[in-house]
Design a protein around this ligand. Sequence first.
Ligand code: GDP
Length: 304
Amino acid sequence: ETLDKGLAKTKSNVFAKLSRAVAGKSKVDDEVLDNLEEVLVTSDVGIDTTLRIIDRIEKRVARDKYINTAELNAILKEEIAALLAENNKETEADFEAALTKKPYVIMVVGVNGVGKTTTIGKLAYQFKKAGKKVYLGAADTFRAAAVEQLVIWGERVGVPVVKQQMGSDPASVAFDTLTSATSNDADVVIIDTAGRLHNKVNLMNELTKIKNVMQKVVPDAPHEVLLVLDGSTGQNAFEQAKQFTKATHVTALAITKLDGTAKGGVVIGISDQFHIPVRYIGLGEKMEDLQLFDREQFVETLFE
Ligand code: GDP
Protein backbone atom coordinates (compact mmCIF):
# COMPACT_ATOMS: atom_id res chain seq x y z
CA GLU A 1 0.00 0.00 0.00
CA THR A 2 2.83 2.39 0.95
CA LEU A 3 4.70 1.07 -2.04
CA ASP A 4 1.71 1.68 -4.24
CA LYS A 5 1.47 5.28 -3.04
CA GLY A 6 5.21 5.84 -3.19
CA LEU A 7 5.43 4.63 -6.77
CA ALA A 8 2.27 6.39 -7.91
CA LYS A 9 4.07 9.02 -9.95
CA THR A 10 6.24 6.50 -11.74
CA LYS A 11 3.24 4.31 -12.40
CA SER A 12 1.09 7.02 -13.87
CA ASN A 13 3.92 8.41 -15.95
CA VAL A 14 5.60 5.31 -17.29
CA PHE A 15 2.56 3.19 -17.74
CA ALA A 16 0.44 5.89 -19.25
CA LYS A 17 3.24 6.42 -21.74
CA LEU A 18 3.55 2.71 -22.34
CA SER A 19 -0.05 2.39 -23.29
CA ARG A 20 0.26 5.41 -25.51
CA ALA A 21 3.31 3.83 -27.12
CA VAL A 22 1.25 0.89 -28.26
CA ALA A 23 -2.09 2.60 -28.79
CA GLY A 24 -3.76 1.90 -32.10
CA LYS A 25 -1.28 -0.85 -32.93
CA SER A 26 -2.32 -4.44 -33.27
CA LYS A 27 1.13 -5.97 -33.17
CA VAL A 28 4.63 -5.31 -31.94
CA ASP A 29 6.63 -3.78 -34.76
CA ASP A 30 9.70 -1.57 -34.95
CA GLU A 31 7.72 1.52 -34.20
CA VAL A 32 6.27 0.00 -31.04
CA LEU A 33 9.75 -1.06 -29.95
CA ASP A 34 11.10 2.42 -30.65
CA ASN A 35 8.35 3.94 -28.57
CA LEU A 36 8.99 1.47 -25.80
CA GLU A 37 12.68 2.30 -25.86
CA GLU A 38 11.91 5.97 -25.49
CA VAL A 39 9.56 5.38 -22.57
CA LEU A 40 12.20 3.34 -20.73
CA VAL A 41 15.00 5.81 -21.38
CA THR A 42 12.92 8.78 -20.27
CA SER A 43 11.99 6.85 -17.13
CA ASP A 44 15.68 6.73 -16.22
CA VAL A 45 16.08 3.01 -16.73
CA GLY A 46 19.35 4.02 -18.43
CA ILE A 47 20.35 3.45 -22.01
CA ASP A 48 22.33 0.22 -21.55
CA THR A 49 19.64 -1.51 -19.57
CA THR A 50 16.94 -0.23 -21.91
CA LEU A 51 18.76 -1.70 -24.89
CA ARG A 52 19.11 -5.02 -23.08
CA ILE A 53 15.39 -5.08 -22.38
CA ILE A 54 14.49 -4.13 -25.96
CA ASP A 55 16.87 -6.75 -27.28
CA ARG A 56 15.26 -9.44 -25.16
CA ILE A 57 11.81 -8.40 -26.29
CA GLU A 58 12.89 -8.31 -29.94
CA LYS A 59 14.14 -11.87 -29.64
CA ARG A 60 10.85 -12.99 -28.22
CA VAL A 61 8.92 -11.20 -30.92
CA ALA A 62 11.10 -12.92 -33.52
CA ARG A 63 10.71 -16.30 -31.89
CA ASP A 64 7.01 -16.14 -31.24
CA LYS A 65 6.40 -14.49 -34.62
CA TYR A 66 3.35 -12.62 -33.52
CA ILE A 67 2.91 -10.84 -30.24
CA ASN A 68 0.10 -8.40 -29.85
CA THR A 69 0.55 -5.21 -27.94
CA ALA A 70 -1.66 -6.43 -25.12
CA GLU A 71 0.87 -9.18 -24.50
CA LEU A 72 3.71 -6.72 -24.60
CA ASN A 73 2.98 -5.45 -21.10
CA ALA A 74 3.16 -8.96 -19.68
CA ILE A 75 6.42 -9.64 -21.51
CA LEU A 76 7.93 -6.37 -20.37
CA LYS A 77 6.98 -7.20 -16.82
CA GLU A 78 8.63 -10.61 -17.10
CA GLU A 79 11.80 -9.17 -18.57
CA ILE A 80 12.10 -6.48 -15.92
CA ALA A 81 11.47 -9.04 -13.20
CA ALA A 82 14.20 -11.23 -14.71
CA LEU A 83 16.67 -8.34 -14.83
CA LEU A 84 16.00 -7.41 -11.23
CA ALA A 85 16.31 -11.03 -10.18
CA GLU A 86 19.85 -11.22 -11.56
CA ASN A 87 21.17 -8.72 -9.06
CA ASN A 88 18.74 -9.14 -6.24
CA LYS A 89 19.01 -12.79 -5.36
CA GLU A 90 19.18 -12.28 -1.65
CA THR A 91 15.92 -12.83 0.15
CA GLU A 92 14.71 -11.22 3.31
CA ALA A 93 15.66 -14.43 5.09
CA ASP A 94 19.27 -14.14 3.86
CA PHE A 95 19.37 -10.63 5.15
CA GLU A 96 17.96 -11.69 8.51
CA ALA A 97 20.66 -14.34 8.71
CA ALA A 98 23.41 -11.81 8.00
CA LEU A 99 21.97 -9.58 10.68
CA THR A 100 22.78 -12.11 13.36
CA LYS A 101 26.39 -10.91 13.29
CA LYS A 102 26.91 -8.92 16.42
CA PRO A 103 27.33 -6.10 15.96
CA TYR A 104 26.17 -5.91 12.36
CA VAL A 105 28.06 -2.93 10.96
CA ILE A 106 26.69 -0.78 8.13
CA MET A 107 28.85 1.91 6.60
CA VAL A 108 26.71 4.43 4.74
CA VAL A 109 28.15 6.37 1.80
CA GLY A 110 26.73 8.86 -0.67
CA VAL A 111 26.93 12.55 -1.58
CA ASN A 112 25.25 15.27 0.45
CA GLY A 113 21.58 15.88 -0.11
CA VAL A 114 20.65 12.42 -1.36
CA GLY A 115 18.91 11.54 1.89
CA LYS A 116 21.76 9.81 3.68
CA THR A 117 20.98 11.10 7.17
CA THR A 118 17.26 10.49 6.75
CA THR A 119 17.92 6.94 5.57
CA ILE A 120 20.16 6.28 8.57
CA GLY A 121 17.45 7.61 10.88
CA LYS A 122 14.82 5.44 9.23
CA LEU A 123 17.09 2.40 9.45
CA ALA A 124 17.75 3.03 13.13
CA TYR A 125 14.00 3.21 13.66
CA GLN A 126 13.40 -0.08 11.82
CA PHE A 127 16.11 -1.97 13.64
CA LYS A 128 15.03 -0.60 16.97
CA LYS A 129 11.45 -1.53 16.28
CA ALA A 130 12.67 -5.04 15.49
CA GLY A 131 14.11 -5.18 18.99
CA LYS A 132 17.73 -4.47 18.09
CA LYS A 133 20.08 -2.29 20.06
CA VAL A 134 21.37 0.34 17.65
CA TYR A 135 24.36 2.71 17.71
CA LEU A 136 24.94 5.51 15.25
CA GLY A 137 28.32 7.02 14.41
CA ALA A 138 28.59 10.58 13.09
CA ALA A 139 31.69 10.16 10.97
CA ASP A 140 30.72 12.89 8.53
CA THR A 141 32.78 15.36 10.52
CA PHE A 142 33.00 17.93 7.75
CA ARG A 143 29.49 19.27 8.01
CA ALA A 144 28.16 20.53 11.32
CA ALA A 145 24.67 20.12 9.91
CA ALA A 146 25.26 16.43 9.21
CA VAL A 147 26.20 15.73 12.82
CA GLU A 148 23.32 17.85 14.14
CA GLN A 149 20.82 16.09 11.89
CA LEU A 150 22.06 12.70 12.96
CA VAL A 151 21.81 13.70 16.62
CA ILE A 152 18.23 14.84 16.03
CA TRP A 153 17.38 11.51 14.42
CA GLY A 154 19.08 9.70 17.31
CA GLU A 155 16.87 11.56 19.78
CA ARG A 156 13.76 11.03 17.71
CA VAL A 157 14.33 7.29 17.44
CA GLY A 158 15.90 6.90 20.87
CA VAL A 159 19.32 5.53 19.96
CA PRO A 160 22.77 6.82 20.97
CA VAL A 161 24.87 8.81 18.52
CA VAL A 162 28.63 8.78 18.92
CA LYS A 163 30.30 11.98 17.74
CA GLN A 164 33.40 14.09 18.15
CA GLN A 165 34.07 17.70 17.41
CA MET A 166 33.89 19.06 13.88
CA GLY A 167 36.81 18.33 11.66
CA SER A 168 38.02 15.39 13.72
CA ASP A 169 39.19 12.23 11.99
CA PRO A 170 36.19 10.26 10.63
CA ALA A 171 38.05 6.99 11.22
CA SER A 172 38.46 7.92 14.86
CA VAL A 173 34.71 8.52 15.18
CA ALA A 174 34.06 5.13 13.57
CA PHE A 175 36.51 3.50 16.01
CA ASP A 176 34.84 5.18 19.00
CA THR A 177 31.42 4.15 17.79
CA LEU A 178 32.35 0.50 17.38
CA THR A 179 34.14 0.47 20.73
CA SER A 180 31.12 1.89 22.56
CA ALA A 181 28.77 -0.32 20.62
CA THR A 182 30.62 -3.54 21.37
CA SER A 183 31.11 -2.74 25.04
CA ASN A 184 27.39 -1.98 25.30
CA ASP A 185 26.37 -5.15 23.53
CA ALA A 186 24.85 -3.40 20.51
CA ASP A 187 23.29 -5.41 17.66
CA VAL A 188 23.56 -2.91 14.82
CA VAL A 189 25.99 -0.07 14.19
CA ILE A 190 25.38 2.45 11.42
CA ILE A 191 28.23 4.76 10.46
CA ASP A 192 27.58 7.94 8.49
CA THR A 193 30.43 9.12 6.26
CA ALA A 194 31.18 12.29 4.36
CA GLY A 195 30.33 12.09 0.70
CA ARG A 196 32.72 14.49 -0.89
CA LEU A 197 33.10 13.39 -4.46
CA HIS A 198 35.27 16.22 -5.70
CA ASN A 199 38.42 14.32 -4.90
CA LYS A 200 38.24 10.67 -5.78
CA VAL A 201 41.58 9.70 -4.25
CA ASN A 202 40.67 11.39 -0.98
CA LEU A 203 37.32 9.68 -0.92
CA MET A 204 38.93 6.31 -1.51
CA ASN A 205 41.59 6.90 1.12
CA GLU A 206 39.10 8.10 3.65
CA LEU A 207 36.72 5.18 3.20
CA THR A 208 39.58 2.69 3.25
CA LYS A 209 40.93 4.20 6.43
CA ILE A 210 37.53 4.07 8.11
CA LYS A 211 37.21 0.40 7.17
CA ASN A 212 40.69 -0.46 8.41
CA VAL A 213 40.16 1.24 11.73
CA MET A 214 36.76 -0.40 12.20
CA GLN A 215 38.37 -3.80 11.65
CA LYS A 216 40.54 -3.23 14.70
CA VAL A 217 37.35 -3.53 16.73
CA VAL A 218 35.19 -5.79 14.56
CA PRO A 219 37.46 -7.82 12.25
CA ASP A 220 34.92 -8.46 9.48
CA ALA A 221 33.35 -4.98 9.53
CA PRO A 222 31.72 -3.43 7.64
CA HIS A 223 29.17 -6.12 6.81
CA GLU A 224 27.38 -3.76 4.51
CA VAL A 225 28.53 -0.73 2.55
CA LEU A 226 25.28 0.98 1.68
CA LEU A 227 25.35 3.56 -1.09
CA VAL A 228 22.51 6.05 -0.84
CA LEU A 229 21.31 7.51 -4.14
CA ASP A 230 18.57 10.03 -4.81
CA GLY A 231 16.17 8.23 -7.15
CA SER A 232 14.91 11.50 -8.57
CA THR A 233 18.25 12.57 -9.98
CA GLY A 234 18.49 10.20 -12.93
CA GLN A 235 21.86 10.39 -14.62
CA ASN A 236 23.48 11.95 -11.54
CA ALA A 237 22.59 8.87 -9.57
CA PHE A 238 24.24 6.69 -12.23
CA GLU A 239 27.33 8.89 -12.14
CA GLN A 240 27.54 8.74 -8.36
CA ALA A 241 27.19 4.98 -8.43
CA LYS A 242 30.10 4.89 -10.86
CA GLN A 243 32.31 7.04 -8.64
CA PHE A 244 31.52 5.28 -5.39
CA THR A 245 31.90 1.79 -6.79
CA LYS A 246 35.36 2.82 -7.93
CA ALA A 247 36.24 4.22 -4.52
CA THR A 248 35.01 1.35 -2.37
CA HIS A 249 33.30 -2.02 -2.44
CA VAL A 250 29.62 -1.07 -2.35
CA THR A 251 27.51 -4.05 -1.28
CA ALA A 252 24.00 -2.61 -1.53
CA LEU A 253 21.97 0.40 -2.60
CA ALA A 254 19.37 2.54 -0.92
CA ILE A 255 17.41 4.52 -3.48
CA THR A 256 15.55 7.44 -1.93
CA LYS A 257 12.82 9.89 -2.89
CA LEU A 258 11.00 7.51 -5.21
CA ASP A 259 7.78 9.11 -4.02
CA GLY A 260 8.86 12.41 -5.53
CA THR A 261 9.69 11.18 -9.00
CA ALA A 262 7.93 9.83 -12.05
CA LYS A 263 11.16 8.15 -13.08
CA GLY A 264 11.42 5.17 -10.77
CA GLY A 265 13.04 3.23 -13.61
CA VAL A 266 16.32 4.19 -12.01
CA VAL A 267 15.86 1.27 -9.60
CA ILE A 268 15.94 -1.16 -12.53
CA GLY A 269 18.83 0.45 -14.39
CA ILE A 270 21.28 1.07 -11.57
CA SER A 271 20.95 -2.39 -10.12
CA ASP A 272 21.49 -3.88 -13.57
CA GLN A 273 24.39 -1.72 -14.57
CA PHE A 274 26.45 -1.98 -11.42
CA HIS A 275 25.42 -5.49 -10.38
CA ILE A 276 24.54 -4.33 -6.91
CA PRO A 277 21.38 -5.32 -5.08
CA VAL A 278 18.90 -2.66 -4.09
CA ARG A 279 18.45 -3.17 -0.36
CA TYR A 280 16.13 -0.28 0.52
CA ILE A 281 13.86 2.17 -1.18
CA GLY A 282 12.84 5.53 0.30
CA LEU A 283 9.21 6.47 -0.22
CA GLY A 284 8.81 9.62 1.87
CA GLU A 285 10.27 11.82 4.57
CA LYS A 286 8.81 10.11 7.60
CA MET A 287 10.42 7.56 9.85
CA GLU A 288 8.34 4.69 8.45
CA ASP A 289 8.93 5.58 4.80
CA LEU A 290 11.75 3.16 4.10
CA GLN A 291 11.20 -0.33 2.80
CA LEU A 292 13.40 -3.33 2.42
CA PHE A 293 13.37 -3.77 -1.34
CA ASP A 294 11.26 -6.64 -2.51
CA ARG A 295 11.80 -7.06 -6.25
CA GLU A 296 8.70 -9.14 -6.85
CA GLN A 297 6.49 -6.73 -5.01
CA PHE A 298 8.14 -3.83 -6.81
CA VAL A 299 7.41 -5.26 -10.25
CA GLU A 300 3.89 -6.28 -9.27
CA THR A 301 3.20 -2.77 -8.03
CA LEU A 302 4.58 -1.14 -11.16
CA PHE A 303 2.50 -3.28 -13.47
CA GLU A 304 -0.72 -3.80 -11.54
P1 GDP B 1 21.84 14.08 3.32
O1 GDP B 1 22.45 15.42 3.08
O2 GDP B 1 22.20 13.11 2.26
O3 GDP B 1 22.08 13.54 4.68
O4 GDP B 1 20.28 14.30 3.12
P2 GDP B 1 19.11 14.38 4.18
O5 GDP B 1 18.92 13.08 4.85
O6 GDP B 1 19.29 15.57 5.03
O7 GDP B 1 17.85 14.58 3.20
C1 GDP B 1 17.72 15.66 2.32
C2 GDP B 1 16.23 15.95 2.12
O8 GDP B 1 15.63 14.86 1.44
C3 GDP B 1 15.46 16.10 3.41
O9 GDP B 1 14.53 17.15 3.26
C4 GDP B 1 14.73 14.76 3.57
O10 GDP B 1 13.53 14.88 4.29
C5 GDP B 1 14.47 14.40 2.13
N1 GDP B 1 14.31 12.95 1.92
C6 GDP B 1 15.15 11.95 2.26
N2 GDP B 1 14.67 10.75 1.87
C7 GDP B 1 13.48 11.00 1.25
C8 GDP B 1 12.47 10.17 0.61
O11 GDP B 1 12.57 8.94 0.49
N3 GDP B 1 11.40 10.84 0.09
C9 GDP B 1 11.25 12.19 0.18
N4 GDP B 1 10.17 12.74 -0.37
N5 GDP B 1 12.16 12.97 0.76
C10 GDP B 1 13.26 12.39 1.30
